[in-house]
Structure formats: structure tokens, C-alpha cells
Design a protein. Structure first.
Length: 157
């Protein structure tokens, strides 16, 4: 077991974990299930987690690597009790079917809008190209990101 301390969704936490466990498994020990392991190979984006504000694949990221870092999951986006603009937009546009891929898409869309507040369709496609939706909800996902961009810029005006 290895002792690690890190910031998880804004609060400091410490735990012991086996060195071979990945970040998805670590988060499950804190009852956080939004990051899901699917392909296990860094190909689908279902396991996306933000570490020090950078998106990583939780399936390929060793849990012990978060020692001393800031970790944020999809559960943190509505930390003030309200859905984030991206979360709300995914609901309003029906941008999911089974929902398995949705937390990963939402986290990446959140990052996209931080970097490009007014993205084109191509920007969205390019930025989200590492996330796969097996239900094929891509048109609605693009609509959701554009809706969230509008809502975010309106709120900032
Ligand atoms: S489960 Fe990690 S990228 Fe697919
Ligand atoms: S909504 Fe089912 S995989 Fe995307």
C-alpha cells in the first residue's frame, strides 16, 4: 500500500492504495462513479478526470500519481447545488441515450468552453474527438456544447 494525499473536488483527502490501482478505482473508494472504465485503453474518454486542470484518462492513470495534486470529477461541476451550464445543456438538448459516455463528454466540454468560449462546430468535433459515444448522440452533443456556450456568455454579460 502507498499513502497518498491530494485535493478531491475541493477538499483535502488522504488514503492508502495499492500501487497497481488506477484513478477510476481510487475515485470509487470515495463513492465517485461518474468516471467510468469502459475500453481500459485510453480510447473512449468515459473515464475522463481532471488532474491539475488537465484531462486525463482515469483508466491509464495510476492512482498514486495524484499525490499532491488537485483532482476534479464530474460530480464537482454542480458543487453549489445547481447544474453547470454544460450539464443543463446536455439535458435540454437530450444529448445522451444510455448516458454511459456523458460524464466524460461533459467534463471535456467544460474544459473546451474554458479555452474557447465560442467554439465552432469543428472546434467542438476536434476537442471532443477523444470521446466516443456508442449510442451516436454526436449531433445533440454538439448542440449541447453550443447551447452551453451561449448560456455561459449570457451569464458573463
Ligand atoms: S476507459 Fe479510459 S479511455 Fe476508455
Ligand atoms: S449516450 Fe450511450 S454511449 Fe453515449
Amino acid at each position: 500500500m502507498t499513502a497518498i494525499s491530494f485535493t478531491l473536488n475541493g477538499r483535502p483527502v488522504s488514503t492508502d492504495i495499492e500501487p497497481h490501482r488506477n484513478l477510476v478505482e481510487l475515485l470509487q473508494r470515495f463513492d465517485l462513479f461518474g468516471s467510468r472504465e469502459s475500453c481500459g485503453q485510453g480510447l473512449c474518454g468515459c473515464c475522463t478526470v481532471l488532474v491539475d486542470d488537465k484531462a486525463v484518462s482515469g483508466c491509464l492513470y495510476f492512482a498514486v500519481w495524484v499525490d499532491g495534486k488537485r483532482v476534479a470529477t464530474v460530480e464537482h461541476l454542480d458543487a453549489d447545488g445547481r447544474l453547470s451550464p454544460v450539464q443543463q445543456a446536455f439535458i435540454d438538448t437530450g444529448a445522451f441515450q444510455c448516458g454511459f459516455c456523458t460524464p466524460g463528454f461533459i467534463l471535456m466540454a467544460h474544459q473546451l468552453l474554458k479555452e474557447h468560449p465560442n467554439p465552432s462546430d469543428d472546434d467542438i468535433r476536434h476537442y471532443l474527438s477523444g470521446n466516443l459515444c456508442r449510442c451516436g448522440a454526436y449531433p445533440e452533443i454538439i448542440e449541447a456544447v453550443k447551447l452551453a456556450a451561449k448560456a455561459t456568455s449570457k451569464a458573463a454579460a
